[in-house]
Each structure stands twice: as structure tokens, then as C-alpha cells.
Design a binder for this molecule. Sequence first.
Ligand code: KIV
Ligand code: ZN
Length: 503
Amino acid sequence: MSDRLIFFDTTLRDGEQVPGCQLNTIEKIEVARQLEQLGVDVIEAGFPASSPGDFNSVVEISKAVTWPVICALTRAVESDIDAAAEALKYAKYKRIHTGIGTSEEHIRYKFNSTREQILERAVAAVRYAAKKKVDEIEFYAEDAGRTDNEYLARVTEAVIKAGATIINIPDTTGYCLPDEYGAKIKYLMEHVDALSSGKAILSTHCHNDLGMATANTMSGILNGARQVEVTINGVGERAGNTSLEEIAMILKCHHATIPVDFNINTTRICSTSRLVSSLMNMPVQPNKAIVGRNAFAHSSGIHQDGVLKNTQTYEIMDPKDVGLDENNIVMTARSGRAALKHRLSILGIEKDGEALDRIYEAFLKLADKKKELNDDDILMLAGADTAATKHVRLDGLQVTTGKGVTPIAAIKLSVAGESFEAASTGNGPLDASIKALKQIIRRDMTLKEMTIQAISKGSDDVCKVHMQVENGGHLYYGFGSDTDIVTASVEAYIDCINKFKKK
Ligand code: KIV
Ligand code: ZN
């Protein structure tokens, strides 16, 4: 049995389908290029039949990267498979990932069907995909975690005969215990000849609903799975997927006892994590294993004393192995464009030409207000860099507020290149600003939820605002950042407006 483990990254499919984490095509290409440098073997680039945007992203990612296999997801539906094959046209190595639910819950309630009919549909989908002349076909048995093992083995055998060479065993609901998931993989390895002979391999795909995604994935590897489906920072549906960085570092730390080889360049982990977090506007929890802000920070006196004497007292990993850059250089208004480009590159973001000019301009403006900028500020500026091309843009905002005065706001917007101004009072500075904005943008919209977060510390800090606005029965997620709390909030509101469906 091969000792090579394939890393299949689904940040751009399972991760990206999370509300608020959506990326545009340019951002997806940026993440895909970073994943290529990180050394992932397979990039699941999207679900082409789900929307024209997803279709286009798979096409563009296929053109942008060279080494990884590009994978497109489908249901066991011919038109989905047609769309996937078409979207993969430019990929150097193409994989179709098709499948269907196999648990009793899915068979009965989702499909109102029977085991035999589902087996037939699974085989028919793989046979249809095989006609598309892609390099590889992967089959997923959705909710395999709750599927009876004997039936799962029958499905596995049948789809391998039909042409699949990678069989994905998703714990879709994150329900399995590590022993139970490992036993499932072992059962399949022992009962399906094509798996024990190495003609096909098993893949893990574990969700984290009960916090067991990493443990289940490890149990899968120990029992014979040779592909892992993972995401950066563990982003994904509900509580997320298994995180790539955790599996890669477990295998690196335990190589002596789990001797599987893999292609991940772990020194790129931190920059990839930061890139994904900033583009998705999805903060990484400070105590997250491997990539959290505190993952290598020793705060107690006893630990600090031990680490100063010898790092091995409390550190099982070298921070450099995950690309942690210890000298978090502070940038100021005196730092040049080249220094900014270099810092961005260390953070995993490659910018040139006009895009770099725009970020540098925003950098200088922020440095004037804040004096010293850290990596989080720079990532925030890079993440906000698409503002110049937006349909609605905030060109000016003046607010008078305070105790004992009626808040009043004057706003200046550019809408499709045309300039508009309005003013209003309100019960607070944000209320006044949004009422003024609504005099210009006359859409039926309601602010549903917002969170305000400081980037680091200090009263001169930049604040980040995440917001949900309802329009036409849909919820839209927006993000804004500024040293001014009201400006950041209005920017987030405008970000939502720019995402409204065109009427
Ligand atoms: O969790 C899951 O079952 C999935 C499949 C579509 C692969 O994401
Ligand atoms: Zn999933």
C-alpha cells in the first residue's frame, strides 16, 4: 500500500460556500496560486453547475495554476457532470467529483428512494463522467459517516468498477467517533478488493460539528485512507472541515510513528492562513492550533522560563516550520512601495502594478492616521483593495455627534461614476449616516446584524465591521474597515449594497 498521502484542498468549494466567506474570481485565483505554492495535490475549485460565477471561477483557476489537479464537484446528475467537464476544459489535470447520499436518512428523506435505486444512480453518474475523458473520477458517498458499512462497501465496489479511482467517505454531519470512522475505513479496505490491491484509494472528508474532524481524519489515515480533504483554517459548512495545517503538522511531528509522505511545504502555512482569513474576512480564533495568534505564545511565567532555557521544554514544533515570521516589522509612512511589496509577499500576497499602487495609497493614508502599521493592518488594506472598482463608493462622510446634540451626517457617494450628496439627522451617528445614504440609494434594505472588532489595540486602532443587510428577501454580508467606526460601518453597509442582486 502506498505511503504517499494526497492533500485535497476544498477551501474554495466547501469552505467558500459558508455565508460571509464568498470570494470573487480574482480572490479565488489568488488563493489557488497560494495553494499551489503550499504544495496541495488537488484543488477543489468549485461546483460549476451551482452558478455562472462558480463555473467561471473553475475555468479561471484551471488557467491560473499548473501543478495541482483541478477538481469540480457535481451531484449525480448528467447536466452537473456536463457543466463540470466544460468548466475543467483548460485544466492540465482534471478531476470530476460526483456522488450521492447513501445513508438511510438521505435515501429516504432526501431522495424518497431505495438502496438499489441509489446504487444504480451512483454507477450511472460515474459511467457518465467516465465518458468525459477527464484524468480522474472521484466518487463521494454523502453522509457515509452514518451509512451502513456493508451497503457502503457494495456502493464502493460498484463505482470503482464503473471507473472511479478515488472514493470519498464523508462524515458529512461530523457525527462519527474517531474509532468508528477508522473502523469504517478499515472495513472498506478489507472488503473491497480494488482498495486492498491499490487500484483505487479512499479519501477522508470530515466535518467538525463535534470537534472531532482532525481526530477522525487521523483515524482514517491510520486505517488506510490515502487522501485527506481539508481546508485552510478549517473553514467550511457549519463548524467547518478538517484543517489542512493540523493534519500536515501532526504528520510532520509524528513522522517516526506514522511514516506517510506528503507534498505540503509547511513553511507556507502561516502566510496561506493569513491570506484566506483576510480575503474571507473570517478571523482565526486566537487559540486555534498551528495558526492562531497564541499558538506559539507562552504567557505563564513557568512556561516562559522553560522556553528561555530550552525551547523544547514547552514547544513541540519549531515556529519556523509553519512559516511564523518572528520579526513582525512595523511599517510607517516613511516605508516605501518596495518595502510594502516585500511585506505583502511575506504575508503571502503578491501585488504589482496598479493593484500595488492602490494599496500603497491606502497604506499612506492609514499611516498618516495611525503612525505604525502592523501585519494585520496591511492584510486588511490588501483585503479591501477592490473598493476602487465598486458600483457604489463612499467618497465622503461628515458626522456631528456627542452628548446633548442631535447627530447629523452629510454623505457623498459615487454611484456608477456619478456623484451624489445627502444629509440627515438620526438617533446616533450611524443611524444619521444610513438615513442620508438611503436618500441616495432608494432600495428597500434593513440592517439585520453587525459586529465591530478592533484589529489589535490602542484608541488609534483600525476597526473591522461585519454586517448583514436584508434586501428583497435575501441577506447580504458586508465588510468595512477604517480608523473611524462610523466610516467603517457605512463602508460595510455599502459593501452589502454592492452585492445586491441586480433587479
Ligand atoms: O460533506 C460532504 O458530504 C461534502 C460532499 C459534497 C463531498 O462536502
Ligand atoms: Zn463537506
